[in-house]
Design a protein. Structure first.
Length: 236
């Protein structure tokens, strides 16, 4: 006869927490691919294409990227400050500081250095509609390569860094599906710069690159939140 083991209230709470964490990880693992499939469906149907692509710098995907990158910037700065205050290695605080600064720069680029927020029509003063940091520096032409590098570094960090002294900066394996989807989409986009994939495919890849940038913003927020949690910080 099997022995019935009664769990204490604390053990039941811990078990429930683990179950919720497992469910959250499974959901997060399916979101990036689901987002990309949804985008492809919306783009493929002429009646819903505008929902997927938008028409200017005010399209929902770019606005979401701006908001998420701004949040990531704030989290990065706060995490850098608390890391330094609690006596963690200086390089860790510096890393989070640079990460936060980079997120802010990308956020500003998404709204063309604030022109949308003040409702100034893009191009009204001889400035092109998408003028931003990427265009001014020529980085936009290399965006696909940067996104591929981002995904490769993320995958390497999640798989290897937890076993090293740099483990406090390592992304969790929960983010691996995000890195994989970002990397795959960006790699095909990069190949399209050298191989003729057809005008329709290239148009899709160009539009999908905005979704990829938003996914990078999601990863940035999730990564910094996880680092804050694992370093026993509480971000009010």
């Amino acid at each position: 006869m099997a022995e019935i083991v009664e769990l204490t209230e604390r053990e039941r709470q811990r078990l429930e927490t683990l179950r919720r964490a497992s469910t959250t990880k499974k959901v997060l693992a399916t979101v990036p691919l689901a987002l990309f499939i949804l985008f492809a469906i919306l783009w493929a149907i002429p009646a819903t294409r505008d929902l997927a692509t938008g028409s200017d710098e005010r399209n929902p995907v770019q606005i979401a990227t701006f908001v998420l990158m701004t949040v990531a910037g704030v989290l990065g700065f706060r995490l850098a400050f608390r890391t330094w205050r609690l006596g963690h290695p200086w390089w860790l605080a510096g890393f989070f500081l640079v990460f936060g600064l980079g997120a802010f720069i990308v956020a500003l680029d998404e709204i063309a250095w604030g022109q949308v927020l003040v409702d100034v029509a893009q191009g009204s003063s001889g400035v092109e509609a998408t003028t931003g940091f990427g265009e001014l520096s020529g980085l936009r032409e290399r965006a696909e390569a940067f996104r591929v590098a981002f995904s490769v570094i993320g995958i390497f960090g999640a798989l290897y860094l937890p076993r090293t002294v740099l483990r406090f900066a390592a992304p969790s394996r929960t983010l691996l599906p995000w890195f994989a989807v970002i990397g795959a989409a960006s790699l095909v986009d990069l190949i399209g710069d050298f191989v003729d994939l057809g005008s329709r495919t290239l148009d899709f890849l160009q539009r999908a690159s905005e979704l990829t940038e938003m996914m990078i913003a999601v990863v940035a927020v999730l990564y910094l939140y996880e680092r804050a949690r694992d370093l026993w910080f509480r971000i009010p």
